[in-house]
Design a protein around this ligand. Structure first.
Ligand code: FAD
Ligand code: NAG
Ligand code: NAG
Ligand code: NAG
Length: 562
């Protein structure tokens, strides 16, 4: 193998500089720079880039270096974490995608501090009244300004003391179990399936929220009203159509926070700090093999073909760098990418995603009490979550939205219209279908002209809707129960992060998978470089790969019993 002599001297030089802790005059012999491509600059891709650079820096003395190229088809970093501006005014940012995280989201919370971003408490100046509406009536309301005890009393009065207490306990146990995934020996993990199994997390992913709550003797009415309102606002799903882990995650957002100015900034800072070459406005169209081979393993490197994202028609062109490693950091089924024969050795299965309409707009009007079957404006809460009506079945309505027809309507804040200088409200609606003028007309008890949803520009300052921003996402998977997950290694030097989406889809968990892949990759570089220095035969990624391929299989008999 080429370079075994220089490898030996590298090891000696490193050993010497480590042993004496003196600045060495000769810099360590450089190993060949590992060329790494990351496809997608969302939470997962940015975090992968950031941690890979960190790990490489820790191993600088071994002469290890990485050169990261981050491809992103849009002109911004963040993916499903994105911010828009009310009235297109940059001083009024609003989260269109992922909006909150919690302190136990270690990666995000640490990044917030490390990058000196400011924390914002969401909904701080929104209406403190929150109600759960079933399409007929409010089944529960709270006022966040009320004392904890008053609220607790209201809950206990309606649902008893055991349901909230058992839910809290179950949620805490599940989350702390999940957090073990961050630490050695559980981190890094070559198989999410295997780790979920070892940590007992498949016990909660393998059942529906409804089954999990029943098994834990949590009162049906509490599950139906309170917990289901949470799974609907967080994952657009009723308890029969979401697994137990996501159900517990939906109950976790106590102490929620966000980044002042937009959560995407965390990922922007990560990408920046990684020193990656950013290739924006560029979609990767396909992955194939290069004729070059990896210095250590002898495996073929990868070639990417890319095209300008703006023009659908342009032909893809070969990117000039051959990559030792490629990380696919987006849901493959939506990526419009193809892979040449033999590249993806572990087929990436398609999974169902929720199609969610997120509609954000401004209006001088407030909800009509009549819409909710009330008479007094003062009784209408600014935040309305929904659950199924008594007459609904568990999958009634469009995508289970039931009689209510939407998942949530919230008043984000009171603000000043920059044109009219009048007081207005900013609203956000989560719904399974496009919001119609008719619906808005009924919600506010005013005439909303038909024209404005089809032509948002007509939403002028005298209209009941003064600014309007609709968006449709493939927001997250429809998280039906499952006990296997797409594993992160899909070929030698080829990684995939979005298997995490069907386990838990959040900014944090996808960032964790990005970090995990960075750690696996660094392990492989370290092992391969050591083996390479022994001057020995072709190694060893194949062996690793064979090994991880066999891991999930060996679990299968036991999992069938679940
Ligand atoms: C409305 C909504 C609300 C949410 N609320 C929350 C919340 O409150 N808290 C929370 O933690 N999570 C929330 N989530 C979930 C969270 O946004 C996602 O789990 C997370 O952001 C996904 O990160 P990712 O990096 O895995 O994928 P993505 O963010 O989807 O990133 C993938 C990136 O890859 C790019 N890409 C795709 N194909 C190609 C290609 N061929 N070439 C180049 N680039 C490509 C895309 O443009 C994108 O930038 C919410 C999601 C939505 C939609
Ligand atoms: C790193 O990658 C970029 C872009 O993909 C390339 O232009 C550059 O030459 C590479 N640098 C090194 C040191 O390999
Ligand atoms: C990406 O495209 C947008 C809109 O087409 C353009 O405004 C922007 O300058 C482009 N950015 C880069 C880095 O090419
Ligand atoms: C962090 O931000 C604050 C204000 O936003 C600023 O005063 C401070 O100097 C910043 N610190 C660093 C290390 O950038």
């Amino acid at each position: 193998m080429k370079g075994s002599l220089s490898c030996a001297s590298t090891v000696l030089a490193t050993a010497f500089s480590l042993a004496t802790a003196l600045p060495s005059h000769e810099p360590p012999q450089k190993q060949p720079t590992q060329q790494v491509a990351i496809i997608g600059a969302g939470a997962a891709g940015s975090s992968a880039a950031y941690y890979l650079q960190q790990y490489a820096k820790q191993h600088e003395l071994l002469g290890i270096s990485v050169n990261i190229t981050l491809f992103e088809k849009t002109d911004r970093i963040g993916g499903r974490t994105l911010t828009i501006n009310a009235y297109d005014d940059p001083s009024q940012p609003i989260e269109l995608g992922a909006s909150i995280f919690i302190e136990k989201n270690h990666i995000l919370h640490e990044a917030l501090q490390k990058f000196n971003l400011s924390k914002r408490i969401p909904d701080e100046d929104s209406d403190p009244k929150l109600g759960i509406w079933d399409g007929d009536e409010f089944v529960f309301t709270v006022n966040e300004r009320d004392s904890f005890w008053w609220t607790a009393l209201k809950v206990i009065y309606k649902y008893g003391i055991m349901a909230p207490r058992r839910t809290q306990k179950l949620m805490e146990a599940t989350i702390s179990n999940f957090l073990r995934l961050y630490e050695a020996p559980n981190f890094p993990f070559r198989s999410l399936t295997q780790r979920a199994y070892e940590l007992g997390l498949v016990d909660v992913t393998g059942v529906t929220g409804e089954q999990l709550l029943k098994a834990n003797n949590i009162d049906d009415r509490y599950a139906h009203d309170i917990i289901q309102a949470s799974t609907r606002v967080n994952y657009a799903s009723n308890l029969v159509r979401i697994h137990g882990l996501d159900t517990m995650v939906s109950m976790a957002p106590k102490g929620a926070m966000a980044v002042e100015g937009g959560n995407w900034q965390i990922f922007h800072k990560m990408a920046e700090a990684s020193g990656a070459t950013l290739v924006l406005n560029t979609s990767v169209a396909s992955i194939g093999f290069s004729s070059e081979t990896n210095h250590y393993s002898g495996n073929k490197k990868y070639l990417l073909r890319t095209k300008a994202a703006a023009s659908e028609s342009t032909r893809a062109e070969e990117y000039p760098v051959a990559f030792d490693t490629v990380i696919i950091a987006n849901p493959y089924q939506f990526s419009k990418m193809s892979a040449d024969e033999g590249v993806i050795q572990h087929t990436i299965d398609e999974i169902p995603y929720v199609q969610l309409h997120v509609t954000i707009f401004a209006s001088p009007y407030q909800y009509s009490p009549a819409f909710f079957g009330l008479t007094e404006s003062k009784d209408v809460p600014g935040g309305v979550l929904t659950t199924l009506a008594k007459s609904d079945g568990p999958t009634s309505g469009v995508n289970g939205a039931g009689k209510a027809g939407f998942f949530s309507v919230t008043t984000l804040r009171t603000t000043t219209n920059p044109v009219t200088q009048k007081r207005e409200f900013i609203y956000k609606i989560f719904s399974p279908e496009k919001v119609t003028p008719d619906f808005l007309g009924r919600l506010f008890g005013v005439e909303v002209p038909d024209s404005f949803t089809s032509n948002p520009d007509e939403a002028d300052s005298v209209s009941p809707i003064t600014w309007y921003h609709p968006h449709v996402f493939y927001s997250y998977p429809q998280a039906l129960p499952r006990v296997t997950f797409q594993d992160p290694i899909i070929g030698p030097g080829l990684y995939y992060t979005s298997g995490m989406d069907s386990f838990i889809s959040t900014m944090e968990t996808n960032a964790l998978m990005g970090k995990n892949v960075a750690a696996l990759l660094m392990d492989d570089i370290l092992k391969a470089s050591k083996n390479g220095c022994g001057g020995s035969e072709k190694v060893h990624e194949d062996a690793f790969f064979d090994q991880i391929q066999s891991e999930p299989e060996s679990l299968e008999p036991e999992m069938k019993d679940l």
